[in-house]
Design a binder for this molecule. Structure first.
Ligand SMILES: Nc1ncnc2c1ncn2[C@@H]1O[C@H](COP(=O)(O)OP(=O)(O)OP(=O)(O)O)[C@@H](O)[C@H]1O
Length: 233
């Protein structure tokens, strides 16, 4: 199992106006491996988004260290950190956040341009990514012509295009009906296994416990392991 990203001893607190500071994360360790799907659960307000923002190098912890493929993030310049994110990290959210005026493949091309891929090479990569998420047959459709689940497939293709190896998904099934949510959860499992990426999914959707290799729950600032059915598969 190859280590993609490690958060070690992470603590975070927010200065709340008029009250004492709010400690959201206390000495949290989280590791992500290539080819493994990890789901992070926990009550609303327990710090899931905060931990995802720290793991994805968008926010800095107050204490602890994040390393990405062996590189210590705190030692990188802001420019190096931005490059690392653009090249290696993909993001998907509850809402697919597609550009309405662009077709599916054009939406993926926008994501590729951010990581420096343009021209014929980018088109090839965009088609590959749409094939990975089983939506290449709708490459020239506009978002308004796609279902919620299909739009989420385009968003996942955009997140992964250009061989980005580490995927962060914030509630990727929350806007979908049960059948589409099940499909997206199964697709994410297939993606990490067939393409070897690492994925961290923040979700309230317990369906992920049946497809994830690793499960974690945040409560009172601490991270605990959850049983998953997908672990041994
Ligand atoms: N920038 C901030 N400044 C002050 N407090 C914050 C900030 N961001 C988050 N918080 C607080 O930190 C706590 C954890 O927030 P976070 O968004 O990480 O939780 P969450 O588990 O993702 O919640 P949800 O499931 O509702 O999205 C909450 O009490 C929130 O109000």
């Amino acid at each position: 199992m190859s280590l993609a990203l490690a958060c070690r001893g992470i603590s975070k607190r927010y200065a709340a106006s008029g009250t004492s500071p709010l400690t959201v994360l206390r000495d949290v360790d989280l590791t992500l491996h290539f080819g493994r799907l990890s789901v992070l659960m926990g009550p609303s307000g327990s710090g899931k988004t905060t931990l995802m923002r720290i793991a994805s190098c968008i926010a800095a912890p107050d204490a602890g260290e994040v390393t990405v493929m062996g590189r210590t993030v705190a030692a990188l310049s802001p420019k190096e950190r931005a490059r690392l994110r653009a090249r290696h990290f993909g993001f998907a959210f509850q809402e697919p956040r597609l550009f309405d005026a662009l077709t599916a493949i054009e939406n993926v091309l926008v994501g590729l341009a951010i990581s420096g891929h343009v021209g014929a090479d980018a088109t090839r990569r965009a088609e590959q990514a749409l094939a990975m998420t089983d939506i290449v047959d709708r490459a020239t459709s506009y978002p308004r012509e796609l279902s919620g689940g299909q739009k989420q497939r385009v968003a996942l293709a955009r997140a992964l295009a250009g061989e980005r190896g580490i995927l962060f998904c914030d509630e990727p099934t929350a806007s979908l009906d049960a059948a589409a949510a099940r499909d997206i959860a199964a697709l994410l499992r297939r993606l990490v296994e067939s393409h070897g990426c690492a994925a961290l999914i923040v979700s309230h959707d317990r369906r992920f416990l049946s497809v994830a290799h690793e499960g974690f729950s945040l409560q009172d600032g601490r991270l605990a392991a959850l049983d998953t059915e997908g672990a041994g598969a």
